[in-house]
Design a protein. Structure first.
Length: 216
């Protein structure tokens, strides 16, 4: 048979190469977009940092100019000297005015005039809250201390009451005992400490040493 390959349709030339060419193009596009995004972010950050740096430089220059004394060649300074002003002295006839000019506070926040900087306001609020909490804790500690004192006093009163009651009970027992002893002596001529009943009161008084146990 003859060669039939000439009648077959031609195959595409190296499809793997074609697909490999297509994929890198999509990858390169995505990498380019990500690079653009990163460049935009970096540019914004750099711009912000540059703006802050310029603001700091401007603030430093402004404060340096304010702190610097007015040169004597200044027209306003010459007029003040002609009116009797001497450098370093306070304003006013009696020198009771300001010796230093009013200080300048540079504000970079967008808060309106009369409002403090948000950071300062936050710090101030935190200080107020801390002071309030500290005062509450002191009040609680003082209240707890007074409560402890009252508890200690009540316990002391109870202890003293128990001691006084015990002493009073002993005193009453002694009085009762003394009353019984005197009744035995007077009516029965008997002394429990002697352990003997006498014939008469005269015999008891002459023989018994006394009414107490210590006398025997």
């Amino acid at each position: 048979m003859g060669d039939l390959s000439q009648f077959l349709p031609p195959e595409p030339s190296n499809p793997s190469k074609f697909s490999s060419k297509k994929n890198p193009s999509t990858k390169s596009l995505s990498s380019q977009t990500s690079k653009k995004k990163s460049k935009n972010l970096n540019w914004q950050e750099q711009r912000k940092l540059e703006r802050e740096r310029k603001q700091l430089e401007e603030d430093e220059q402004t404060l340096a100019k304010i702190d610097a004394p007015i040169p004597q060649s200044n027209i306003g300074f010459k007029l003040l000297k002609q009116m009797g002003y001497t450098p370093g002295s306070a304003l006013g006839k009696e020198g009771s005015g300001r010796a230093e000019p009013v200080g300048l506070d540079i504000r970079r926040s967008r808060a309106g005039i009369g409002r403090e900087d948000p950071v300062k306001e936050k710090i101030k609020r935190e200080e107020i809250e801390f002071e309030k909490k500290r005062k509450n804790e002191e009040a609680l500690m003082e209240e707890f201390g007074s409560w402890q004192k009252s508890q200690w006093r009540s316990r002391r009163v109870q202890a003293n009451y128990k001691k006084a009651k015990a002493a009073l009970d002993q005193l009453e027992n002694r009085e009762d005992l003394l009353e019984i002893l005197m009744k035995l002596r007077d009516e029965y001529h008997y002394c429990p400490f002697c352990g003997f009943q006498y014939e008469s009161m005269e015999a008891l008084l002459s023989s018994c040493p006394g009414t107490n146990e210590d006398d025997h």
